[in-house]
Design a protein around this ligand. Structure first.
Ligand SMILES: CC(C)(COP(=O)(O)OP(=O)(O)OC[C@H]1O[C@@H](n2cnc3c(N)ncnc32)[C@H](O)[C@@H]1OP(=O)(O)O)[C@@H](O)C(=O)NCCC(=O)NCCS
Length: 206
């Protein structure tokens, strides 16, 4: 059985767990072992739609992080975001890339448990492709994903694109300040350590 280690951060750097008995150990890699309950995760399935020479795909292998990170680091919501953060976020999200031929021209990701909540994040279409319906098609496609049909609540934050999402049933939350809480990290972008598989563990026998 192939196993890998979780990326590590010194336990002392974790808020509030210094005095606890912390277990931080390797688990089987999802998707490689049918006894793992994540083996059948919807995250592992491919969903693609095509239209007018464009394709929207959830294939993580197609993602071009030069494009995705290139856009997000100059976006208004995540200026200067490190590439490691963008890649780690994508690894743990259901990502939708928009492509024409080999070129990626759009991106969005869904953070979800496929039941209670789906949070839309990092939605963009490259400037030279904006205004021709790709953004609407991207939102429509995410909402149509077969594995997201059981989601109870979709959420997102946006500064000015409310009109895009309102076309697909999103509504503004009244009195949001009375109902929402948040907890921010001390650093603006805690940059994750690179994934560091343990060679001894990855050679372990089943
Ligand atoms: C927002 C964005 C993804 C839309 O994609 P797009 O391909 O340019 O948009 P489309 O051609 O599909 O049309 C978008 C629709 O939403 C509407 N809309 C409302 N607010 C908008 C906004 N801030 N930006 C773009 N469109 C907006 C448009 O009027 C249009 O509706 P209409 O066709 O009925 O007039 C794209 O413009 C973009 O990447 N913008 C910069 C990044 C951004 O703001 N992302 C959203 C963060 S939540």
């Amino acid at each position: 059985m192939a196993v890998g280690k979780l990326p590590r951060r010194p336990v002392s750097a974790w808020h509030g767990v210094e005095s606890l008995d912390v277990k931080n150990q390797s688990l089987p890699v999802p998707g490689t072992d049918s006894t793992n309950f994540r083996y059948n995760s919807p995250m592992n399935r491919l969903f693609e739609v095509t239209r007018d020479g464009f394709i929207i795909s959830t294939d993580p292998a197609r993602l071009n992080f030069d494009v995705v990170h290139g856009y997000l680091q100059r976006s208004y919501w995540s200026p200067g975001v490190p590439r490691g953060v963008v890649e780690r976020a994508a690894t743990n999200s259901l990502c939708f890339g928009v492509y024409t031929g080999e070129d990626q021209v759009g991106y969005a990701r869904v953070i979800t448990d496929f039941t209670a909540i789906a949070y839309l994040a990092d939605v963009f279409v490259l400037e030279s492709y904006q205004g021709r319906g790709l953004g609407k098609w991207l939102v429509q496609t995410m909402l149509a994903h077969p594995e997201l049909q059981f989601v109870r609540k979709w959420m997102l934050f946006t500064r000015d694109a409310h009109g895009l999402y309102e076309q697909f049933g999103f509504t503004r939350i009244p009195n949001v300040e009375n109902r929402s809480l948040e907890r921010r990290a001390a650093e603006p972008w805690p940059d994750p350590l690179p994934f560091d598989p343990d060679p001894a563990l990855s050679k372990a026998e089943p």
